[in-house]
Design a binder for this molecule. Sequence first.
Ligand code: AMP
Ligand code: MG
Length: 417
Amino acid sequence: MYSVDEALEKILQVFTVLPAERIPLAQGLGRILAEPITARENLPPFDNSSMDGYALIAADAAHASAQNPITLKVVADIPAGTASDRVISRGEAARIMTGAPLPPGADCVIPIENTDNPPGQFTESGAFPPATVTLFRALQPGDYVRFAGEDIRPGDLILKAGRRLRPADLGALAGLGVPQVQVVRRPRVAILSTGDELLRADQPLVPGKIRDINSYALAASVLDMGAQVIPLGTAPDQLNVVLSKLEEAIRADADLILSSAGVSVGAYDVVKTAMESLGALDFWKVNMRPGRPLAFGRVGSIPFIGLPGNPVSALITFEVFARPAIRKMQGLSLHLSLDEAETTEDMASDGRRTYARVRLERDQGRLIARSTGTQSSGAIHSMVQAQGLLIIPEGMKYVPAGTKLPVRIFEHFEDET
Ligand code: AMP
Ligand code: MG
């Protein structure tokens, strides 16, 4: 019998980070950066106005105030998207819009609100600036100017390799003129449900049959991680069918095959036989609850994890073993921090490491965990209700109310109704 940590360590040994691929930025959300990104340009690329106003020389406005208005001659008009090379001299100003480049000679901008806001002239060929502008406040050099490179400079390390790309990252890359990025290839995970009893969700029930829960739940878990699913569907407990499904995974060039069920020592378990003809398989008893039986091996050179059939066991063993394996292929950290929750009722365990389905509540900064009720490994509703998994360590058989234990909070639990 392995401990959870021993089993996980053995599994992780066979996984390495996948190779990188170059993709357009627009497809980058959620992908894992495979290269560090160092800026090659300034952001902003040029000195520009942070306000709609007038660009001028601060020395001209040194003594301007409401009582002492100063009037300058407007000699240029610089809408955003244009650039003016008209040098601003003493006594002159250029009308300028937010984001437009500061014209040569000017060293500051006065917001339109601090001027007499003179109306421009409108003609058939467009809007013209007024002939003069009157200032009602003093300015310092640099006022209302965003300087080239004040946000990002060439040589700045913007993003480190291994980062999962977020919306702001993609925006920064676009702003820096990086249209493509090297990201870790998405892991391809083949998913197979085995068992004579399985029907698809769209098939009517007939006596003795149940609908396949695991294919759907495991595929969603994989997709949620930013990996790709190779759906193998269901296979009855028939050697030739299981074999052909596994061969399909080989042809699809899977990086990992996940199956559920058929790995306990039931008389009809054919996964073992199929696996032995295509690769190798080991059966493990893992000291955890739920999900004691686990199979691990390879199909050809593709790692294979055989999860238990009970839907809760399948999902929890996915969390404990498959998620870290996929994260390793993605080049992500394996050291996820856990939160700490306090139990509200006495709980019992059998000494195996237990992943208890809990509801969570925040109470003045403390996180409170309450069992979802049934902890049956077949009861998918307990997973539906759960907001996290409370981890009762090995050897702890009695958990009195008020015990603080690590908890893995499910993502999006705030979105739940
Ligand atoms: P097994 O590992 O084959 O002994 O299956 C354990 C239990 O899980 C049995 O009650 C199966 O009917 C159930 N089971 C197996 N696969 C699935 C599945 N894909 N969806 C729902 N229940 C399943
Ligand atoms: Mg079965």
